[in-house]
Design a protein around this ligand. Sequence first.
Ligand SMILES: NC(=O)c1ncn([C@@H]2O[C@H](COP(=O)(O)O)[C@@H](O)[C@H]2O)c1NC=O
Length: 545
Amino acid sequence: MTASSDAALAGAATVDPGASRLPVRRALISVSDKTGLAELGRALTDQGVQILSTGGTAQALRAAGVAVTEVADVTGYPEMMDGRVRTLHPAVHGGLLALRDNPGHVADMQAYGIEGIDLLVSNLYPFEAVLEKGASIDDCIENIDIGGPAMTRAAAKNHAHVAVVVDLEDYAPLLAQIAEGGTTAAFRRQLAQIAFARTAAYDTAVSTWLAGVTGGDQPPRRRAFAGTLAQPLRYGENPHQTAAFYRSAHARTGVATARQWQGKELSYNNINDTDAAYELVADFAAADGPACAIIKHANPCGVARGATPAEAYARAFDCDRTSAFGGIVALNRPLDGPTAEEIVQIFTEVVIAPDADEAARAVFARKPNLRLLTAGGLPDPTAAGDVLRQVAGGYLVQSRDAGRISRDDLRIVTQVQPTAAQLDDLLFAWTVAKHVKSNAIVYARDLATVGIGAGQMSRIDSTRIGRRKAEDMAAALGLDAPLTEGAVVASDAFFPFADGVEALAEAGAVAVIQPGGSMRDAEVIAAADRLGLAMVFTGQRHFRH
Ligand SMILES: NC(=O)c1ncn([C@@H]2O[C@H](COP(=O)(O)O)[C@@H](O)[C@H]2O)c1NC=O
């Protein structure tokens, strides 16, 4: 019996699938991210753990004064093929996979001189980071780690005997366990779950990238999606539902990446509504100036542009002051003191903006329950990306609605021509309508919404609701007439009948923007001309369900 097989058998003697601890005698460390490596190596050595490592990791450990055995000395083969083959050897995989309490496995270890490996610390070639930097296809390919995931999966499969650590945040708990005499079965099982999720996410990134490289208009036969826990949530949409928030690999700037300065934990509904709010204001280009959206239940109850963020907020608030209570406020410009002073006048759940100056933060600090988020930037509304939704037994995947139009895309279809100011308002209302649940009708005037009809099963009902909201607001503000009089209107999809346009004219609207494309377009256009409304077609629809 060799010294190696002695070690393997010694391991077998201590195996206990229950609560008792497994000592760590031999560890393999192979990491691309070498953060915390020196401290980990020293601490393991102090605990009497023998360390094996691949080339770069071994070099870094030695530089930190940690004694280490090269994997090449264990396998008897040098690292070869530019590092493509290094740890792919029975001396490594046998050491990770052997069941120490299985006589056949132990006999194999003895026969081939394989020593058990009790701990694997592994993090992978940084494929995701290399991809994000826009590397060439060849660079991306070379950064697909093969040996690392193979070892990670082997160790995770054999978690009855082996601990596997893939995250830096698990170094400290690992050392704490070793200091107490070894790893517990529960800890190793938890680490194995994390390890399999990590390799799955890694392969997801590779396969998603390959789907893009391969191109073609056919959806890939197999797809994978992955995420990392960003926040456990107390409950879901309702208190009896469980929930959690996961961040995707290429997290888009927004609610998932924002810094929370104050306030209670975000809830499931907060996150959903904040996302809707921030995506909306991001759709206003830099040239549009400050824009503000106030969201309730994922629909805007007020959106406006303004000369300043404070003015944009005040004008958005004036669209529907009642619904704005308890809303989510998003701005596309940094928050300043005056804007914060306006916002804190009523109860607001969440405020999100690219940044907040000290004055703004001081104002919000007076309302400790208000959640203040800064995202550092805005999501890119033109960026490609997928939107995922689950249905019974499957997932629906579509590209994000990055559709945008400019004045040049508009087709004026009525004899009545819109004025330049009306065209500005029409484009504003159209941008808002894209973010309103269908059927969406948005009345706007002077770059502010004045009535929004959202999520109705008939378009005509949305026209009526938007009008009624404007009437209520006019009464509350003591105006002579609702602001729908003289307003423009956006409709997210075509009018199937002329009655929708008739309802808008009755509300006092003067111009309409809509995709067109109904079999009754001619009737709809004739009605607009008869009623004195200008109408423009976008040729693009913005359903949102
Ligand atoms: N080819 C192999 O057998 C192999 N074994 C381990 N690796 C990876 O090599 C990296 C560490 O390399 P180094 O220790 O040389 O810095 C780790 O990210 C590890 O996952 C490998 N590399 C790629 O597949």
